[in-house]
Design a protein around this ligand. Structure first.
Ligand code: HEM
Length: 301
């Protein structure tokens, strides 16, 4: 039901408006590209790409935005609102917030040096958001099998999971998301033995062993943190993944061979990342007469 030409007549400048909005946001803060990509992933994996992550809580609704793991972590809402305002000015009551977020993620990747892919459009916006849907968002503390299951339950296979994890080639993580690897791994009193020594020293200095370092930030790809490239996979091969869940991709033979492939074949990574992003963008979409076209992405009409 999604259509590649959905807004061709009703909002011909849509892509340009979105691109300009993302470009301005990245110019203002490089990290925003990463934050916007992640926001789209979290929208889609929790109950489908329906803009539900964008809704503010109300007195009767506790939604995805302010529930873990988005609370004090998900970013970019203001950017979406600004782009939505510009889209509304050009084409009132026409383009859904879910489609805008999908297009924003593609531009964020492209503008940081990554691939571009085509996207069918026509998603509609949800009328509700439910904090409990966040249980489908993978956690960096859970084993690979659980994370794989969270993807497969949404129709995304192991290859999709590995290639989409390549999104961690840009952006940052707070220390608390990987600190358990740095000082007392699994109660051993020692760091995770699989972390490369120089990265370990680096991360230990960014994230000293005290609670007040929990929200300090480290780049997920310490070599080229703001460039969308295949360095994330090269890092994993070099025992330099930051999250435990990232480095775990090297502990399973199947996922490790996929990682090694992307670490040596950047163009294969790019083309498969685009294909898997398009697949992610179709998870659980609502179309036709379902849902609505929100006027303001933060509230239902
Ligand atoms: C495979 C399972 C995944 C896990 C366990 C995971 C976990 C995480 C965690 C813990 C953070 C840091 C959050 C914080 O410190 O507040 C993060 C950041 C990020 N994630 Fe993931 N993630 C996964 C998959 C993905 C996917 C599929 C994408 C996109 C295609 C993605 C894109 C990002 C980006 C771009 C950031 C940086 C955001 C920023 O700097 O604002 N992640 N992820």
């Amino acid at each position: 039901q999604l259509d590649y030409r959905f807004y061709d007549r009703t909002c011909p400048n849509l892509t340009r408006i979105v691109r300009f909005g993302v470009w301005s946001a990245i110019l203002n803060e490089t990290r925003m590209a990463a934050s916007l990509l992640r926001l789209h992933f979290h929208d889609c994996i929790a109950n489908g790409c329906d803009g539900s992550v964008l809704l503010d809580d109300t007195s009767t609704m506790k939604g995805e935005k302010n529930a873990p793991p988005n609370l004090n972590s998900a970013r970019g809402f203001q950017v979406i609102d600004t782009i939505k305002t510009n889209v509304e000015n050009a084409c009132p009551a026409t383009v859904s917030c879910a489609d805008i977020l999908t297009l924003v993620a593609r531009e964020a990747v492209f503008l940081t040096g990554g691939p571009y892919w085509s996207l069918p459009l026509g998603r509609r916006d949800s009328l509700t958001s439910n904090s409990s849907d966040n249980q489908h968002i993978p956690s960096p503390f859970e084993p690979l099998e659980n994370i794989t299951a969270k993807f497969t339950s949404k129709g995304l296979d192991m290859n999709d999971m590995v290639v989409l994890s390549g999104g961690h080639t840009i952006g940052f993580a707070q220390c608390f998301t990987f600190k358990q690897r740095l000082f007392d791994f699994d109660g051993t009193g020692k760091p995770d033995p699989t972390i490369d020594a120089s990265l370990l020293a680096n991360l230990q200095s960014t994230c000293p062993n005290q609670d007040n370092s929990n929200t300090n930030l480290a780049p997920l790809d310490h070599v080229t943190p703001s460039k969308f490239d295949n360095m994330y996979f090269k890092n994993l091969v070099n025992n330099s993944g930051v999250l435990g869940s990232d480095q775990a991709l090297m502990e399973d033979n199947t996922t490790a061979s996929i990682v090694i492939g992307y670490s040596t074949l950047p163009l294969l990574f790019f083309s498969e990342f685009g294909a898997s992003m398009a697949k992610l963008a179709s998870v659980g979409v609502i179309t036709g007469q379902e849902g609505e076209i929100r006027k303001d992405c933060k509230v239902v009409n």
